[in-house]
Design a protein around this ligand. Structure first.
Ligand code: CA
Length: 351
């Protein structure tokens, strides 16, 4: 142990954790009902069949901690030196639910409950809006309510909604509202859709170990290559888990995107106003959730710029106080570290 973890900025910066998960009992029960009735997709069965019912120490801890947005969480933040947490309804939100009325109700109730917690701990908790992309028009209304009435700071969408992606036209009102309201759009992984999952469950690779990054980076690439950021140049897309690997691959992504455009290989891909480097440096923000790994963080800072990379713990899925110490000891400049832990989150989430 190199140093004690304290809140309050004793190392020159506050620590703001930006991808922290919570759940409501209502959400949990609705998803587990789908799993038990055999109606959930394979990715949800794998994810929530495990987290929702495994008796292991890890999953029991996670279930208990997800449902708490009170003293237990504050205590964990105090013990790991986390000053503030940006909270979002855990994956898959309500996006696995088929009954749209039920999805809307659970999302709305969760937003109200999160608002109450943020009022109880106004200098510790900040809210992300939960929506039900199954109903884009309703979601637009909830984005307005979330920003204007609840005072929330962004929206988390848990990647695909029943196999559909945000670049599809039915979701355009959601993208437009995020841009109009200046709300960052955090795309967080969830279980892979049936059309993609293949044998990943059999291989033991569908979840956070690998499949999440495959599917979520695919989602982001769909947005990046279809002109979303030409239509909404101020829209900010947030990606966790080391930006789902995209910065590491950016040269090849951009090279092959341009090569495909030149040769007219895919009818769907049209020329864009900028190359992919531009969008990654102007419209994409990254967090290191689940990835307290110096080489990955330094690569993101180098590729995307030091103003676009933020700290996240991914509590309660990855609650490891020693990882906070590792991040304190990261060999980046003091100015970069303050941006990483504090001021980038304050700027982009408008805290
Ligand atoms: Ca997470």
């Amino acid at each position: 142990m190199t140093h004690a973890l304290k809140t309050g900025g004793d190392r020159g910066y506050l620590r703001i954790a930006t991808e922290e998960a919570w759940a409501t009992q209502e959400q949990f029960d609705a998803i587990m009902r789908l799993v038990k009735e055999g109606r959930a997709d394979e990715g949800t069965v794998s994810l929530w069949g495990f987290y929702g019912s495994s008796p292991s120490e890890r999953t029991t801890f996670i279930r208990e901690r997800l449902l708490d947005i009170g003293e237990l969480r504050i205590q964990a933040m105090d013990e790991s030196g986390i000053d503030k947490a940006v909270l979002a309804l855990t994956s898959p939100g309500v996006q696995s639910i088929f009954d749209v009325e039920e999805a809307r109700r659970i999302a709305r109730n969760s937003n109200d409950k999160l608002k109450a917690a943020c009022e109880r701990y106004p200098d510790r908790f900040y809210g992300m809006i939960a929506v039900a992309p199954q109903d884009a028009e309703w979601s637009v209304g909830e984005l307005h309510r979330g920003k204007e009435e609840l005072g929330f700071h962004g929206v988390q969408i848990n990647s695909h909604t029943h196999g559909h992606y945000l670049d599809e036209p039915q979701f355009e009102p959601i993208l437009r509202a995020c841009a109009d309201l200046d709300l960052p759009l955090y795309i967080h992984p969830q279980g892979l859709p049936d059309a993609m999952i293949g044998d990943m469950v059999g291989a033991g690779l569908d979840g956070a170990i690998f499949g999440f990054a495959v599917e979520t980076s695919y989602h982001a690439m769909r947005l990046l290559t279809t002109g979303v950021f030409d239509r909404y140049p101020n829209l900010q897309l947030m990606l966790g888990h080391g930006c789902e690997g995209l910065p590491y691959m950016l040269y090849r992504l951009d090279y092959m995107h341009k090569a495909g455009l030149r040769s007219g290989r895919y009818p769907r891909l049209k020329p864009l106003q900028h190359d992919l480097f531009h969008y990654m440096r102007n419209n994409v923000l990254a967090t290191n959730s689940g990835l307290p790994f110096g080489p990955a963080i330094k690569t993101m800072i180098e590729v995307m710029g030091e103003d676009r990379v933020m700290y996240a713990m991914d509590y309660p899925y990855q609650y490891v106080p020693d990882e906070v110490r590792l991040m304190d000891d990261l060999d980046i400049t003091a100015a970069q570290k303050k941006k990483f832990f504090q001021t980038n989150a304050e700027r982009w989430f408008k805290l």
